[in-house]
Design a protein around this ligand. Structure first.
Ligand SMILES: Nc1ncnc2c1ncn2[C@@H]1O[C@H](COP(=O)(O)OP(=O)(O)OP(=O)(O)O)[C@@H](O)[C@H]1O
Ligand SMILES: [Mg+2]
Length: 454
């Protein structure tokens, strides 16, 4: 949000002659004036629009001006907050300055001085706005937001994304689990001209075949039992925007044919419908399988594969770009310190050596999860050491994990533990975990959702 032509001033004060004079004064300065005579109105205004200037008495009846200041700064960190104080309140006023107030004025109000302070506060915000617009532009030009890494692989990836993003071509993203396929899909959408329209997602593996079809293309009323209303599919919902189809290899051959048809002409029908619909939807697909193998084994249509593979992005596994690990570790430590209120200062050389040496079957996601777990348990301000890292990461004895099952546990709890441990061992690779557990992939998805694991 940038500063509007007419900045908004919020005046919090009880009704009175002085308030009327202040309102007129702010109005004459060219500000859009909002007036709140109680705290609740003030908070509502702060929640509903950007406030550029806040004028409030330091000690105002039944309103905590410090809290108001804090909320105003949360909404707009550069807000020009001026507190009006009396001589006896200088200590409190100094405290308010420490808490981020822009200035305080001793009563009676010196209007020319107040005008100067407000002018300075607003021009300061204009400068900050300009800088952040510039930073955003730089970000668009040189980096892909959220994508961490400085190896040549990541640089090549970033430049490929920049080439691909502005077009409307379908994109196929391949790579092992946790390598960042969804992150890249988001980046492509946000770098494209479609960025203000919807990015709609569908995970093809998580749904039964019939459901996938109506989720994708929608259905007419009465198309099947339970179709009590007409429903628009994700293709329509993403009209003008982007549709991200995750785990595309899980689509049945029949739906693959329907997808190919849409990709060729942009036309489709709802399930149970005869009307031909059109949607201007960009499709981005992802899979962690090798689609070439899937085509030779006739599980994936070759024509669809060729169509999708025109523009493709392959994400290398983390173990093939280990040089990115230190940077990722640093970024994730910062993120989780902030999230969990921790002060972990970094990692020791020994711990970093282990982190770089480990093979990361679950790639960046696994690294991220491991670090979050460790940060949560490290309350002291110190670097992480080898002993802080999970044992199966530092020892080569992978294979036996104890589940901690005791008599009295429900089957559901035992199942939850088994699924969680297996997923962890498989580095988050769901297909592998399902195979180890001897259950279908869809069943695994259902249980992950049911138990909230993963
Ligand atoms: N290069 C990267 N920089 C920063 N974060 C990353 C990077 N790659 C992946 N991540 C993070 O790792 C996690 C997993 O990424 P993502 O969900 O995109 O993986 P995926 O390839 O879609 O995995 P899956 O095949 O299991 O669906 C996310 O939290 C993502 O933000
Ligand atoms: Mg994914």
């Amino acid at each position: 949000m940038s500063l509007p032509e007419k900045p908004v001033a919020l005046l919090v004060d009880k009704e009175g002659d002085e308030t009327i004079a202040l309102r007129e004064f702010l109005d004459e300065l060219g500000l859009e004036v909002r007036w709140a005579k109680d705290g609740e109105t003030a908070y509502n205004i702060l929640d509903s629009e950007r406030v550029d200037v806040l004028i409030c008495e330091l000690r105002i009846q039944r309103i905590d001006s410090m809290r108001l200041l804090r909320v105003a700064r949360e909404r707009n960190p550069e807000v020009c907050a001026v507190l009006l104080a009396t001589h006896g309140e200088i200590d409190l006023a100094t405290e308010a300055m420490r808490q981020g107030a822009y200035d305080f004025q001793l009563k009676p109000i010196n209007y020319p001085k107040l005008a100067a302070v407000i002018h300075r506060g607003i021009s300061h915000q204009r400068v900050v706005d300009r800088v952040s617009v510039m930073e955003e532009r730089l970000d668009r030009k040189f980096g892909i937001s959220g994508l961490i890494g400085n190896t040549p692989e990541i640089a090549a990836l970033a430049s490929r994304i920049r080439q691909i993003a502005p077009t409307s071509a379908s994109v196929l993203i391949t790579g092992e689990t946790g390598t960042g396929k969804e992150l890249i899909a988001q980046a492509i959408h946000h770098q494209s001209r479609r960025r203000d329209e919807a990015l709609v997602k569908l995970n093809c593996a998580a749904l039964a075949e019939g459901v996938v079809e109506s989720e994708l293309f929608g259905h007419e009323r009465g198309a099947f039992t339970g179709a009590v209303e007409q429903r628009r599919g994700r293709f329509e919902l993403a009209d003008g925007g982007t549709l991200f189809l995750d785990e595309i290899a899980e689509l049945s051959l029949r739906i693959q044919a329907k997808l190919l048809h849409v990709l060729q002409g942009g036309e489709f029908e709802r399930v149970g419908g005869h009307e031909t619909l059109r949607a201007d939807t960009r499709v981005i697909c992802a899979t962690n399988r090798d689609l070439r193998v899937e085509t030779t084994e006739r599980r994936f249509r070759e024509d669809l594969y060729f169509r999708l593979n025109v523009v493709s992005i392959h994400l290398p596994p983390l173990r093939e770009r280990r040089a990115d690990i230190p940077l990722l570790v640093r970024a994730f430590l910062d993120e989780f310190n902030r999230k969990h209120g921790r002060k972990v200062t970094g990692v020791t050389r020994g711990a970093l050596r282990e982190l770089v040496a480990y093979d990361w079957p679950g790639n960046v996601r696994e690294l991220r999860n491991v670090l979050e777990g460790v940060v949560v348990f490290t309350e002291e301000a110190r670097p992480l050491d080898v002993a802080d890292l999970p044992a199966d990461l530092t020892s080569s004895a992978v294979g036996t994990v104890t589940l901690g099952i005791t008599v009295g546990m429900t089957m559901a709890e035992i199942e939850r533990r088994a699924i969680q441990a297996t997923l962890r061992q498989a580095g988050g690779e769901k297909k592998q975990a399902a195979a180890v557990l001897g259950i279908g992939l869809r069943t695994l998805y259902r249980k992950i959702k049911e138990y909230g694991v993963g």
